[in-house]
Design a protein around this ligand. Structure first.
Ligand code: SF4
Length: 345
């Protein structure tokens, strides 16, 4: 467990420095984790939350060293079990701002079962899933998000199991806030983190992250300087789905399939381009976005889905209050020795 050096109040002006923990940061030089850490350290002081009300929880992996590097309360838990601890922390004290940091291996393989239940229960926790499509800490084995055919020490002839799509996984768990961002765009990360904090309910953010040692360039086909204009689709609520250096391309529906077409003088009018509706009642719209990506289609970046439903902790609290109202406070003695107990002879 990690603890902040000093406490603060909601009215006290915090800065990035207040969230920088003493001690060295130990990731490989050039790792995408540095940029994500910096973005979160810049986000937290702007949320109007006293520093001692932040808790950062992780499992195991390179990304899971986050609690050491943020000057907040934190738990570096065990393999894949961050979601269980995060659920307990949030239910026990709903006033806390809880951030769960995990990776593709920790979150979708080792702890896939645990993450699934945090998501479907709608615990008001912000989940940051760093997706570098490899196990970094254990030196480069293929992960549940590695593309088919990935050659590693454990898949010398190429992986043969199809990868999990984190966004589709979260959609299957009916998550209300689903977003995707990239480790080479700090402002986009910060805006996405702030939106996740504002959302009441679980917020799931996939962050495309580069592991410079074991999977360098895994996202270059979408987010390198040369590719990003044509291969990233930045989502803005109520705005047309446009891309290209001058927004000269857009997404239209052909039957049930999205297509990229030219927009403007030599193409379709912008009014014909689909509009981004993250709050659409039907999950079909976000499912269409989630299935988009190369080759042939750009990868959507931003908030894919944003809809509210009651949080897990608010319902637990309401049930406890209702039971108290009906039956009084009760006592441990009565629970352990009352009519519901029995004697084994
Ligand atoms: Fe980052 Fe990869 Fe090094 Fe881990 S192994 S710290 S993910 S570059």
């Amino acid at each position: 467990m990690t603890t902040p050096a000093t406490s603060s109040t909601a009215s006290e002006k915090l800065t990035r420095k207040d969230f920088v923990a003493p001690g060295d940061v130990r990731w490989c030089p050039g790792c995408g984790d540095y940029a994500i850490l910096n973005a979160l350290q810049r986000t937290l002081p702007e949320l109007g939350v006293p520093r001692e009300n932040f808790v950062v929880i992780s499992g195991i992996g390179c990304s899971s060293r986050f609690p050491y590097y943020l000057n907040t309360y934190g738990f570096h838990t065990i393999h894949g079990r961050g979601p269980a601890v995060a659920t307990g922390v949030k239910v026990a004290n709903p006033d806390l701002s809880v951030w769960l940091v995990t990776g593709d291996g920790d979150g979708l393989s080792i702890g896939g079962n645990h993450l699934l239940h945090l998501l479907r229960r709608n615990v008001n926790v912000n989940v940051l899933l760093f997706n570098n499509r490899i196990y970094g800490l254990t030196k480069g084995q293929y992960s549940p998000t590695s593309p088919l055919g990935t050659r590693t020490g454990t898949t010398p002839m190429g992986s043969i199991d199809p990868p999990i799509d984190p966004v589709l996984f979260s959609l299957g768990a009916k998550v209300g806030f689903i977003a995707r961002t990239v480790d080479n765009n700090p402002n986009h990360m910060i805006e996405t983190f702030k939106a996740a904090h504002r959302h009441q309910g679980v917020a799931f953010i996939e962050i495309l992250q580069n592991c410079v040692i074991f999977n360098n360039g895994t996202w270059d086909n979408v987010y390198s300087k040369e590719n990003r204009d044509d291969h990233l689709l930045f989502l803005k609520k109520g705005q047309p789905l446009l891309l290209g250096r001058n927004n000269n391309k857009g997404i239209v529906l052909h039957g049930v399939h999205p297509r990229v077409v030219p927009v403007g003088e030599n193409g379709v009018p912008v009014e014909d381009v689909m509009t981004h509706q993250p709050d659409h009642e039907s999950p079909l719209f976000v499912r269409m976005l989630a299935l988009m990506g190369p080759p042939g289609l750009p990868l959507p970046i931003g908030i894919l889905r944003q809809r509210s439903r009651p949080t897990y902790e608010s319902q637990v609290t309401a049930q406890i209050e209702a039971a108290r109202k009906q039956n009084g406070n009760g006592s441990w003695n009565e629970l352990l020795c009352g009519p519901a107990s029995w004697t084994v002879e």
